[in-house]
Design a protein around this ligand. Sequence first.
Ligand code: FES
Length: 173
Amino acid sequence: MCNNCNSDEMINNFVDEEIDLSPLKPVIEKYGQVKGSLINILQATQDIYGYLPLRALNYVADNTPNKKSTIYGVATFYTQFRLKPIGKFLILQCQGTACHVNGSKEVSQAICEELKIKPGDTTTDGLFTIEDVNCLGCCSLAPVMMINGEAYGNLTPSEAVNIIRNLAKEADK
Ligand code: FES
């Protein structure tokens, strides 16, 4: 991690948009003064907003002993943290070994072609975000994807595309 990073330069990594900071208050109350708890705070922040918004990071800096440069550094260093807003549906595509040998690559390719984005991106309508993950913990169902916490297993490329089309239809109603 970069210890000499200038927080003014790092600010460009984050999205500055209007957010409701009230859900963050209990997190700060719980962890704010606990030494070594920055990762927990950032994980809880991401659980609330789906990513790490700049205003939330600044709120953490203002209400804990952590400096902005440290917070920005941790947020950008760990791949578990998202720096951009996610879509309504977060698709976690498993690329772990069990899924890989059972065709996750083809499933992923079909999903990316359907949505015209690559892993890490969000569709322009804000509906879908795709992320690759290493194991979703249900290898017996390989290949698996998880959408907003629900696991879909034994997928074929066309099944995965159908699931996504159905979600898009539902969202359109
Ligand atoms: S490898 Fe995909 S769920 Fe474990």
